[in-house]
Design a protein around this ligand. Structure first.
Ligand SMILES: [Zn+2]
Ligand SMILES: [Zn+2]
Length: 87
């Protein structure tokens, strides 16, 4: 992650980290994966495996993502849906 955060952006990212994984549904706390660095409302809640896993993860071979037939934008939709449900 780079760039600066406003307090509102910090609050949003914290909320994202409390959500279940947007790909496999594993209960949080989750990692916050940025779709675009510096755009803090494009963060996706991901478990360690779906995030950094060498086989499963977005930053790896993306196997979990292929199985779920998901791209980052689908995961972002799930993250926002989950937060909205909780509000
Ligand atoms: Zn996951
Ligand atoms: Zn990431």
């Amino acid at each position: 992650m780079n760039g600066s955060y406003s307090q509102a952006e910090r609050d949003w990212v914290q909320l994202v980290k409390e959500q279940p994984c947007s790909v496999c549904g594993q209960a949080g706390p989750s990692d916050a994966h940025h779709i675009k660095q510096g755009l803090h409302y494009t963060v996706v809640a991901l478990c360690k495996s779906c995030h950094q896993g060498s086989k499963m993860g977005w930053h790896g071979e993306k196997a979990a993502w292929r199985i779920a037939k998901m791209e980052e934008i689908d995961a972002l939709n799930e993250t926002i849906k989950s937060i909205h449900r909780g509000l």
